[in-house]
Ligand binder design. Structure first.
Ligand SMILES: Nc1ncnc2c1ncn2[C@@H]1O[C@H](COP(=O)(O)OP(=O)(O)OP(=O)(O)O)[C@@H](O)[C@H]1O
Ligand SMILES: [Mg+2]
Length: 189
């Protein structure tokens, strides 16, 4: 299950969006907001529920292994906190959710009894994903899960470099145009 590389080739990638989060209790919910937006932008909202569930489990595990704080951190503690990274990668007919943390310990699927309180997160990931696994990176590892998209994802926008900027990172509207619109609105008010 542990390998050295992501479960896709760079030339297969249609879109990438990624987010760095401070490893606190709120990371799972912040990652859900981020993924909801990304999936809707990529026209992959059909699988939103499954992706959000899988991401919640992976991010919660990543936060746990990074070290959960007993209470929300104060401002002056923020820079000492560890980070986790969440990445959504769009392939032609599936998405891969990747969650990176600083631990090089691989995740371990557990066999749990009916009355066990925990140990079910990865079982849920296994249930919802087509496949999942982890790979080592410098300074940590990524745990990933691949989910079928149910409908093909859009093609990479023409002219965009392979592995290049995602749609989210493309420049927005022309600044001069925005200034003219703003000036027009000011005059109208
Ligand atoms: N990112 C990770 N890094 C290191 N170990 C991990 C990671 N994710 C999971 N594990 C290991 O795999 C075990 C199983 O994870 P799983 O999510 O199934 O259960 P859990 O987190 O212990 O409980 P639950 O998710 O039900 O609250 C964990 O207890 C932990 O030992
Ligand atoms: Mg868990």
């Amino acid at each position: 299950m542990t390998r050295q590389t992501p479960p896709y080739q760079p030339q297969q990638v249609r879109f990438v969006d990624q987010l760095a989060l401070v490893a606190t209790q709120s990371a799972a919910s912040a990652s859900r907001h981020f993924l909801r937006l990304a999936l809707s932008k990529w026209q992959a909202a059909l699988i939103e529920d499954d992706v959000l569930l899988v991401a919640s489990e992976l991010v919660t595990n990543a936060v746990t292994v990074t070290g959960v704080l007993p209470k929300p951190p104060a401002w002056d503690e923020l820079e000492r906190l560890g980070l986790v990274h969440v990445r959504l990668v769009g392939l032609s007919d599936s998405v891969v959710v990747e969650v990176w943390d600083v631990s090089d310990e691989p995740p371990r699927l557990q066999r749990v009894g009916d009355d066990a309180e925990g140990g079910r997160g990865l079982l849920l990931v296994q249930e919802l994903a087509t496949r999942w696994g982890s790979y080592r990176t410098t300074g940590g590892k990524a745990v990933w899960a691949q989910l079928a998209a149910r409908a093909p994802l859009p093609q990479r926008p023409r002219g965009e470099r392979r592995g290049g900027r995602s749609a989210a990172a493309r420049p927005g509207p022309d600044a001069a145009l925005l200034r003219r619109i703003r000036a027009g609105l000011d005059t109208a008010l």
